[in-house]
Design a protein around this ligand. Structure first.
Ligand SMILES: [Zn+2]
Length: 106
């Protein structure tokens, strides 16, 4: 498995792109459920509508701080936003040699 989550989008057959799309669809669902527009969410976070739209279309994932603000705006937990990619990321992290050693040091 190649790690290239940020360098490509919406590649057919790519699992990371599929998961990103699912996470984006979830963001959209949460936003609509709160009766918010993309522009309102963007204003609240101090980011562009284009960025919010990109998240919802699975082009990119929100970073940690935007994710906290999104979770707050949607009255959700941060982990809820990322559930569609959680297992996938874990699986890939476990595959990386040296990862265990890195986390093993105090
Ligand atoms: Zn991909």
């Amino acid at each position: 498995m190649t790690h290239h989550h940020q360098t490509h989008t919406n590649t057919p057959g790519c699992e990371c792109c599929r998961r990103r799309l699912l996470a984006g669809a979830r963001l959209r669902r949460y936003r609509v459920a709160r009766g918010l527009t993309q522009a309102q969410v963007a204003d609240q976070l101090g980011v562009s509508d284009r960025l919010v739209s990109g998240w919802e279309r699975g082009e990119s994932l929100p970073g940690l701080w935007p994710a906290f603000h999104l979770a707050q705006a949607f009255n959700r937990q941060v982990v809820d936003l990322f559930l569609p990619i959680h297992d996938f990321v874990r699986q890939n992290l476990d595959d990386e040699p040296g990862d265990a050693a890195e986390h093993g040091s105090p």
